[in-house]
Design a protein around this ligand. Structure first.
Ligand SMILES: [Zn+2]
Length: 253
């Protein structure tokens, strides 16, 4: 088994651990680029907590990305595209979120991606607040680990429609801030973490989970007291925080 496959299984099982309350049953999906125009992604219906090699499918990125550009491709043709995207035609059908993973890995600079339905995050993005409480910061570590600005996508049917909107949000974020986000929150659905390594993806999801629980906590004691945006900018740009990021990244290797 190759190293990326091994790491992807480990990351998936960690995200799927029941006590973390990030994903249950077939919820969530993970992926990793293989650096040759293909990537590994969870197969449709596989459970993150118990996933094995057979529950992960190797996919050709260009086939998945072409469907996003093809205006005639819609949800009735998705199955055929997913079938055609497999490197091994005997492999299981990749997740319907394969398109979204292809965008993160091949257009937004990520090497690893994790998506889950974290109970804490959903408590907020399924509320009247939507993703709004995540648009300002409450404490420094969320800025260091999850990035200064997150991207938000409104609820859309999983599949091509969602991936197209997701792609637009990533490019709009890059146009506005000069970099791609580490976190995309899909309202009424769940978070996506974009990382340079398996550990970075896991750290982002853990910190986001903590951040969400803190937001919910502050709402129960009078409401959040957000950091002023210039303070968040300073934390994002402080040399010692850059050092801290490097240390975290080094641990990821
Ligand atoms: Zn999902």
């Amino acid at each position: 088994m190759n190293e990326t496959m091994q790491k992807l299984i480990k990351l998936s099982r960690e995200i799927g651990r029941e006590e973390r309350r990030l994903a249950i049953l077939g919820e969530g999906n993970t992926s990793a680029s293989l650096g040759d125009g293909t990537f590994l992604v969870k197969a449709s219906g596989a459970s993150l907590s118990t996933i094995e090699e057979a529950g992960i499918t190797r996919v050709k990125a260009d086939v998945a990305l072409a469907a996003l550009d093809d205006a005639s491709a819609d949800d009735t043709t998705v199955r055929a595209v997913l079938e055609a995207s497999r490197v091994d035609s005997n492999a299981k059908l990749p997740s319907v979120e394969t398109f979204l993973h292809a965008v993160c890995l091949f257009e937004a600079g990520a090497k690893w991606v994790g998506h889950c339905h974290a109970e804490s995050v959903l408590s907020i993005v399924c509320s009247e607040h939507g993703a709004k409480p995540f648009l300002k910061h409450l404490f420094p570590d969320a800025i260091v680990v999850c990035g200064r600005n997150i991207a938000v996508v409104p609820y859309l049917d999983p599949g091509l429609a969602l991936a197209r909107e997701f792609r637009k949000a990533l490019h709009a974020h890059h146009a506005q801030y000069g970099s791609f986000p580490k976190v995309v929150l899909m309202e009424n659905h769940g978070p996506v973490a974009l990382g340079a390594s398996d550990t970075e993806v896991f750290n982002i999801l853990l910190m986001l989970d903590k951040w969400a629980r803190i937001i919910v906590g502050t709402l129960s004691v009078g409401g959040p007291k957000f950091l002023p945006s210039e303070v968040s900018d300073r934390i994002d740009n402080r040399p010692d925080e850059h050092y801290r990021r490097k240390q975290i990244a080094a641990q990821n290797k």
